[in-house]
Design a protein around this ligand. Structure first.
Ligand code: AMP
Length: 229
């Protein structure tokens, strides 16, 4: 693991935020899940999961977002920033670390996040890049399954459910995400390189970037991150 600026011992007297950066399939959600299980006071919110819930609930934001998501494009910056702002309005009180999985994804979103964090009195502790080779990204995305009810994530060979095709948590039949088709995957990887990868330089310049080589097992990666934050 390579670090940027070095911070002192953790200071969980207020809510701190860490950003999880990485291409689709880099394991942001899986690693965040491991951190929630192993680090006291750790929680996470996924921008993609917020959007999928909004689509399911047919909210105005969900109806607007659906077309972008099905094409593998990013939804408008202001739409997703408003959802994160609303989330923090409810969840920023108290102590601990909140991992933002999938937000920000563009430089304008990073600027918006600065304002949102200030508004809610939340500090940015780290931006963590999960650096994964393209071969592993394609393998992970190709075998990914999701629970449509509780959003638990699986992989057919590396994170299989106990009973094939059924969610361990809530017993619902697992599904392939609507945007995990080969064409949409290719577009999402392109969009990542063009619009999200510039955030690596952005957060390096801010002195908060932590780069993790994340081709390996999620437990090990989560352990490295837990030790570093
Ligand atoms: P994810 O679950 O993180 O893979 O996100 C799934 C899809 O939701 C993405 O391909 C985008 O269409 C949309 N999305 C999620 N987060 C963002 C974001 N921060 N900005 C724009 N679109 C997003």
């Amino acid at each position: 693991m390579e670090g940027g600026a070095v911070f002192g011992p953790s200071r969980s007297v207020v809510m701190d935020v860490v950003i999880l950066l990485g291409a689709p399939g880099s394991g942001k959600g899986t690693v965040a899940g491991r951190l929630v299980e192993t680090v006291k006071g750790f929680s996470t919110v996924s921008s993609g999961a917020l959007l999928r819930a909004a689509i399911k609930d047919k909210t105005a934001a969900g109806i607007e977002a659906e077309g972008y998501m099905s094409r593998g494009e990013l939804v408008p910056d202001t739409l997703i920033a408003a959802m994160i702002d609303d989330y923090l309005a409810v969840h920023s009180a108290g102590e601990g670390i909140l991992a933002l999985d999938g937000f920000p994804r563009t430089v304008p979103q990073a600027r918006m996040l600065d304002g949102i964090l200030k508004k809610h009195g939340v500090k940015l502790r780290r931006a963590i890049l999960l650096d994964v080779s393209e071969r592993v990204l394609l393998f992970r995305l190709g075998g990914r399954r999701i629970c449509p009810k509780c959003s638990a994530g699986y992989h057919i060979s590396t994170i299989p459910p106990k009973k094939e095709g059924i969610c361990d948590v809530c017993g619902t039949a697992l599904a392939i995400r609507a945007d995990d088709t080969p064409e949409t995957i290719a577009n999402r990887l392109k969009v990542y390189q063009e619009q999200t990868a510039p955030l690596v330089d952005w957060y390096t310049a801010a002195g908060v970037l932590l780069r993790t080589h994340a081709d390996g097992a999620s437990d090990e990666i989560a352990g490295e991150i837990a030790a570093a934050i």
